[in-house]
Write a protein that binds this ligand. Structure first.
Ligand code: ADP
Length: 479
């Protein structure tokens, strides 16, 4: 079986430990053996990134462009194979995996272009004979801690802008999905990235992640993951007065009004709530439905759920793959029990553990109806294929319920009314708003991020990524 090492200072380096990457669709299938780094390896990676930073910051933009472009080209060429690896290690369907790999390619492509569009400003001073230049400079060494649910897209949307704007990197991917991050590191190394510019240290959050957070030589940290770990990351960064960017959870509402197109509403709900096994921070976990369409919507949604196949992620015809691991499955089952125990709530569909041909973490999507917004299943992020329906009187109540959450990542509405669509776009307390579209599923070239407890710090993706990956310099000169 193949063994995969960490990349430190341009050298593939075995870890002090090793871990098996397991397929959640078939726990007998071991994808590979991956290095598990320790604090010493993390520190060596940080030192390598620090040493490489000055020259990478000055690298000709055409060189950066060529490397990012070559990486994009290889990702596109290998999208099927990378998508298969992704589906095998994370459990989203093959089609979703290939789509995500393609998206990683698009992100590298976008930032390859951005390398050639870097610019500053020259402005007149209020003092005679003085010229002012405003420029952006790289942050330096960026620490990246990534989650398991988008194993290639999230590393890509942190690595590509970091490199474009001249930073060096130490990345620690989630323990469950080292394969895609390793593949990206390998692609970038072969694309000609100089030694030490990108360092990959796989391993535990409490060991490698903690070492990144504790190092005075890391200039900025970007994190995607849970709220609890995100808070810890922010506190550690405050200790070092270090720039930080956090993307965390969601409890995203999808409002369905009486005047909605029922087919669009059901598609948005089922896709948003259950595709990718509901394991997206942008998943529509609260379906807020007005009275006039409520019963028709619930009936049609259940009919659609009945037609979906939950099975091996890489099997033809699978709509929903397994839950990522035993721990997440326990969490999901636990919340389903909590929901069943709530006064009034009804488990209208699913929620059963499923057996398939191979041992895997299969769970039937669960839909609760007659829920209220104060129930735990409506307050806490579950991160699985579990959604609730909340019955509301009218648009005003729907909007109030949609915003009554400590999260604020993505908010959706299904309506044919221009008035309500426009009002919702202005008044939804979220970083992203979707009209007649699922709450999940975003473009790669525009800002991504949320409000309230969902995000902290500057936005990711598109040109807005520069806010995090650069620092502004204002230079004055007597001409
Ligand atoms: P999840 O529940 O989705 O695994 P986490 O927030 O625990 O979310 O994990 C997201 C990332 O944070 C992973 O790469 C994980 O290893 C890392 N992580 C977990 N704990 C820590 C920690 N104490 N310090 C730094 N990173 C951590």
């Amino acid at each position: 079986m193949d063994t995969f090492s960490n990349l430190i200072g341009g050298e593939w380096t075995e870890g002090p430990g090793i871990t098996e990457n397991i397929n959640p669709s078939n726990t007998d299938d071991v994808i590979g053996r991956y290095a598990q780094g320790d604090a010493a390896q993390a520190n060596a990676a940080i030192a390598a990134a620090k040493a490489a930073a000055p020259s990478w910051a000055r690298t000709n933009v055409m060189v950066r462009h060529n490397i990012l472009k070559a990486a994009a080209a290889e990702i596109f060429a290998r999208a099927k194979e990378l998508g298969d690896l992704l589906a095998r290690e994370e459990g989203k369907t093959l089609a979703e995996g290939i789509g995500e790999a393609g998206r990683a390619g698009q992100i590298f492509d976008f930032f390859a272009g951005e390398c050639l569009r870097l610019a500053g400003e020259k402005v007149p001073s209020i003092r005679p004979g003085v010229e002012i230049e405003i420029t952006r400079e790289p942050m330096g060494v960026v620490g990246m801690i990534t989650p398991w649910n988008f194993p290639i897209a999230i590393p890509a949307w942190k690595i590509a802008p970091a490199l474009c704007y001249g930073n060096t990197i130490v990345i620690k991917p989630a323990e469950l999905v080292p394969g895609c991050a390793w593949a990206l590191a390998d692609i970038l190394k072969r694309a000609g990235l100089p030694d030490g510019v990108l360092n990959l240290v796989m391993g535990k959050g409490s060991v490698v992640g903690e070492a990144i957070l504790s190092s005075p030589d890391v200039d900025a940290v970007t994190f995607t993951g849970s709220v609890a770990t995100g808070k810890h990351v922010a506190m550690k960064c405050a200790e070092h007065m270090r720039k930080v960017q956090l993307e965390m959870g969601g409890k995203n509402p999808l409002v369905i009004l009486d005047d909605a197109d029922l087919d669009i509403a059901v598609d948005c709900a089922v896709n948003g709530a259950f595709f990718s096994t509901g394991q997206r921070c942008t998943a529509s976990s609260r379906l807020i439905v007005t009275e006039g369409i409520h019963d028709r919507f619930v009936e049609a949604t259940i009919a659609k759920l009945q037609s979906l196949s939950v099975d091996d992620a890489r099997k033809d015809g699978t709509h929903i793959g397994p839950v990522v691991d035993a721990k997440q499955l326990d969490t999901d089952m636990n919340y389903i029990e909590i929901g069943r125990g709530e006064d009034g709530a009804r488990l209208a569909w699913g929620g059963e553990r499923l057996n398939r041909a191979t041992p895997g973490f299969y769970l039937q999507p669960a839909l609760f109806t007659e829920t209220s917004n104060d129930m735990r299943i409506n307050r806490e992020e579950i991160f699985g294929p579990v959604a609730t329906v909340l019955r509301v009187k009218d648009y005003d109540e729907a909007l109030a319920v949609a915003n009554d959450t400590r999260f604020g990542l993505s908010s959706g509405i299904c309506t044919t009314s221009l008035k309500y669509a426009s009002h919702f776009k202005r008044n939804a307390e979220a970083g992203m708003v979707m009209v007649n579209l699922p709450t999940a599923g975003v473009d790669p070239h525009v800002p991504f991020g949320g409000r309230k407890g969902s995000s902290y710090g500057p936005r990711e993706q598109g040109r807005y990524a520069a806010e995090f990956y650069t620092t502004v310099k204002t230079a004055y000169q007597l001409a």
